[in-house]
Design a protein around this ligand. Structure first.
Ligand code: TRP
Length: 471
């Protein structure tokens, strides 16, 4: 551990809260959440999602923040240090490794999608969607993601912004960026929700998002070759909601642990976790309230999947009054949300390498960012009919393979072991001191991280492995 320079700190609680909410609120809220809710049948998915966020996500946020704050180092060295203090195996630092390596992989492809948002902002501003048909919109998206030059230009632009911010450090970069960008994000979101409330099918949206139909949650319909539709029991949607709650809260990849390491002891972690989770859920719901009224008003398909935002919405932007402006604002919102999350993904690898070497933070940020950017080129080229779209890893393209490895393997494992570590391998007394909350809250939290989180996450993991082998 070189660590000659002092570990950085947030200048205030407020700065930390903005940064943590900025990390949580991202493509996961505005791009993924609405389409997963759309595919998962609306209200029931939303309800289960919210339960997971507060019952499993909040305790996990507290666990990760507390490990980071206690360690006061990068996730790898924080885990190593705490394991040593507790007389546990140095292997526990593998949780830190999984976070640092996983965050590096995720930022490599997160930046590709971040680039899409920049490109779509520009397209919208230039009037590319004006009067566009459904077929043309799909064609526009496929042509764009298949273009070897444009996709890299936008990926490089997005990664460049991320590197620029991270290079300037915790107070000079991260904090400055979030204090500027988060209010902009809330303002943009509010404008879009109000626009949708007045111009879209708002009542249908409220019914869709808040009136749960539990059948849709537990039953899946399969269309047989004969054209017959069969229904069978399935937990897929429930497990998807759990995975999404982890992703949306930035758990299990070292982001939150790293942000926790920049905290001083005067911050109440339990309260912070509840605020972060509430803000994150509020943004996801508001994204739904901005998007679905437009989808319903224009008779578009809610279950469109990943194309909902990039292929479906532009059709509506192309028809509505002031659509060019609304579309530009929408993609600007998406880009801002993505940037404040991306910096929290680059930060764990940067904090580790900065600790290990004598390189300046600026150099480390550039080196790690460029390296992740290069890895990201593979993801960008795996889309549509782009240069590497034929490459298959275990049957899927490169982007999906990286997503599977991180989202379905590394995150559940790291999440489960994090819960087991704080629940069973750190002394109860040390945890109580670190959290400094009243007895009853502590007991509830302790029960959740000892039993509920590891079991829930373990179930997801077993199910994923089982599906992969069976499928
Ligand atoms: N939470 C962010 C989103 O919703 C993405 C993200 C940032 C993330 N840091 C993370 C996801 C760490 C998992 C782990 O888009």
């Amino acid at each position: 551990m070189a660590g000659a320079t002092q570990h950085a700190h947030w200048s205030s609680k407020w700065a930390f809260m903005l940064a943590a909410v900025g990390s949580a609120v991202g493509l996961g809220n505005i791009w993924k959440f609405p389409y997963e809710a759309g595919q998962g049948g609306g209200g029931a998915f939303v309800l289960v999602y919210l339960i997971f966020v507060f019952v499993i996500g909040v305790p996990m946020l507290v666990a990760e923040l507390s490990l980071g704050r206690r360690g006061q180092m990068s996730p790898i060295n924080s885990m190593a240090k705490i394991a040593k203090e507790e007389g546990r195996s140095p292997l526990w630092s593998l949780i830190g490794w999984s976070g640092v390596v996983g965050a590096f992989i995720v930022i490599s492809f997160y930046s590709v999608v971040g680039g899409w948002t920049l490109a779509y902002m520009a397209k919208s501003a230039m009037g590319a969607f004006s009067g566009i048909t459904a077929a043309a919109s799909q064609e526009t998206f496929l042509a764009y993601i298949s273009d070897p030059v444009m996709t890299i230009v936008s990926h490089v632009a997005f990664m460049g912004i991320t590197i620029f911010i991270v290079a300037k450090g915790v107070q000079g970069g991260l904090e400055k960026a979030v204090t500027l960008l988060m209010p902009a994000l809330f303002a943009l979101l509010l404008i879009l929700v109000i626009y949708s409330a007045f111009n879209g099918a708002f009542v249908a949206t409220l019914d869709f998002l808040f009136n749960p139909d539990f059948d849709q949650l537990f039953y899946k319909e399969t269309v047989l070759a004969s054209g017959e539709v069969t229904r069978h029991f399935s937990l897929d949607t429930v497990l998807q909601a759990l995975g999404q709650s982890f992703f949306s809260l930035s758990l299990a990849l070292g982001s939150i642990m790293t942000y926790g390491s920049y905290l001083r002891r005067d911050v109440n972690l339990g309260k912070s976790a509840v605020i972060i989770a509430s803000a994150d859920s509020a943004v996801a719901l508001m994204a739904g309230l901005a998007i679905f009224p437009i989808v319903f008003a224009y008779g578009l398909d809610v279950g469109q999947g990943g194309g909902l935002v990039f292929m479906t919405l532009p059709i509506a932007f192309g028809q509505m009054p002031l659509g060019g402006l609304v579309g530009t604002l929408f993609f600007a919102l998406l880009a801002v949300a993505a940037v404040t999350s991306a910096i929290s993904l680059l930060e764990p690898p940067v904090s580790y390498v900065a600790e290990k070497t004598s390189m300046s933070r600026r150099k480390v940020a550039i080196t790690m960012g460029v390296a992740a950017g290069l890895l990201g080129v593979l993801s960008a080229y795996s889309q549509g009919s782009n240069l590497l779209s034929d490459v298959r890893i275990f049957g899927v393209n490169i982007m999906d393979a990286k997503d599977f490895l991180t989202n379905n393997i590394m995150m559940p494992l790291a999440g489960m072991f994090t819960a087991l570590f704080v629940g069973w391998f750190v002394s109860r007394k040390a945890m109580m001191d670190e959290l400094a909350i009243e007895d009853r809250s502590f007991r509830i939290w302790y029960f959740l991280v000892r039993f509920v989180s590891p079991i829930a996450v373990g179930v997801i993991f077993v199910k994923i492995i089982f599906d992969t082998i069976a499928g």
